[in-house]
Design a protein around this ligand. Structure first.
Ligand code: SF4
Ligand code: SF4
Length: 415
């Protein structure tokens, strides 16, 4: 007869949600109750045609540095972990978490990324070495994780570099054919299971989603999706649902991270924002950066929930109150207004890591990665400022850029 302990282990390994109270004895005795014992994943969704069963809240690892927190998240039911080799610590931290917990290592869904544009512009990888560099990168990631396989490998940030970016997802172009070939080889070798794409704009987010779905070469997509800017994406999400094309949401909190707005029923605002994203068609998982245990418990409170009336009131109030101060991730409508080619949306997005997310070092590092031309203050001496009224949401672009230039270049000097 199967024992209780073995049964629980089996359920966890199958990705089946079990109450945290049942899991506790596996890691500590029942008497040692701690805060947030009821905070667990309450819903798993199938990620489109990948067939992967993923927790509705995913662990975004861009700035997380606590492997024990990742293990705790796993035992509370989170099974989706989003890493990015360019931020090498995210792979190292997940590797450390896996070293602490063999079950997690075996069962966690690992989504990793390929930053083709940065390989060319920042790392200056020549095209002749591209294939080898990607294969090496995947192998290094696997070695660091101590795993045989990455579940999903995603072409990251399609659209950020403009129209030419979209070639990467299009197998009828040289770049796209090469990337498709590399993905196929990695799949055949068993190093990856599925191919995906990510896009947080600032340009062409919707175009990237449409094109990625049209090629039929990719199994899922991770997109910037939040309550501050949405109408354009909705028809595409409906198509994704009809095609069983899995969607993972990112940037879900928009500019709400430091806001203290409460919902009418007292739920944290983050839970309203997460529930909103998870209620959209085809969205199987919302990944979110989790920095500490308090956040882990708070965000888990959104699992399995649908947005309430109180949530909708809070989201609408927040949108109205903060609209002119927030540059929408995924937008880029104003960029053509600048005759000097300033990457307005990219600069404002990076500066928002500092102003809204409280991550100055991270913002400084992202600024340092931009091509040299994008790091030079092209706004100095621009008298006519054609971008002044280019934002339909009312963002004061010249003023915001002035702050971005001065703070980001200072931060860059210190990282
Ligand atoms: S400043 Fe306004 S128009 Fe420009 S990217 Fe941001 S939200 Fe879009
Ligand atoms: S202030 Fe001038 S240079 Fe700067 S973004 Fe606006 S239009 Fe471009």
């Amino acid at each position: 007869m199967i024992g209780r302990r073995s049964l629980l282990k089996y359920l966890l390994s199958a990705g089946i949600a079990v109450p945290w109270s049942s899991v506790q004895p596996l890691v500590r005795t029942a008497e040692q109750k701690t805060e947030g014992d009821e905070a667990v994943i309450r819903r798993y969704n199938v990620l489109g045609k990948t067939g992967l069963r993923v927790s509705d809240i995913g662990f975004g690892m861009a700035v997380s540095t606590d492997p024990k927190l990742m293990v705790e998240a796993y035992h509370r039911g989170i099974n989706y972990y989003d890493i990015i080799p360019f931020y090498s610590w995210s792979v190292k931290m997940l590797g450390k978490a896996f070293a602490l917990d063999a079950e997690m290592k075996k069962n966690a869904v690992v989504a990793s990324k390929l930053e083709c544009q940065k390989m060319i512009s920042y790392l200056r990888v020549p095209w002749s070495s591209f294939h080898k560099v990607i294969v090496d990168c995947v192998e290094t990631t696997l070695k660091t994780l101590g795993r045989e396989q990455i579940d999903i490998l995603q072409l990251h940030s399609m659209g950020e570099g403009g129209e030419s970016d979209l070639d990467w997802v299009d197998p009828s172009t040289d770049r796209g054919a090469a990337i498709a070939g590399i993905f196929e080889t990695l799949k055949k070798q068993g190093k990856i299971r599925f191919a995906g794409v990510t896009s947080h704009g600032p340009q062409l987010l919707e175009t990237a989603v449409q094109k990625t779905m049209d090629t039929g070469k990719f199994d899922m997509m991770m997109v910037a999706l939040n309550f501050m800017r949405t109408p354009e994406l909705m028809p595409l999400l409906k198509t994704a649902e009809e095609k069983s094309f899995g969607i993972v949401a990112m940037k879900v909190l928009a500019n709400a991270k430091k806001m203290k707005i409460k919902t009418l029923d007292g739920r944290p605002f983050s839970q309203a924002a997460l529930a909103w994203a998870l209620s959209k068609p085809a969205v199987a998982c919302a990944t979110i950066t989790i920095m500490n245990r308090k956040q882990l418990i708070e965000f888990l409170g959104a699992s399995g929930k649908t947005p309430t009336f109180s949530d909708k009131v809070a989201l609408t109030s927040h949108r109205i109150l903060t609209s002119p101060g927030y540059c929408r991730v995924g937008c880029g409508d104003c960029e053509t207004s600048c005759p000097r080619g300033v990457p307005i949306a990219t600069l404002l997005r990076i500066d928002q890591y500092r102003s809204d997310y409280g991550l100055p070092d991270f913002a400084g590092e992202r600024f340092a990665e931009l091509p040299a031309a994008a790091r030079t203050d092209a706004c100095a001496g621009c008298v006519t400022q054609p971008c002044r009224n280019a934002c339909s949401y009312g963002v004061s672009i010249p003023k915001r850029l002035q702050t971005a230039w001065s703070t980001l270049s200072r931060l860059r000097a210190t990282v």
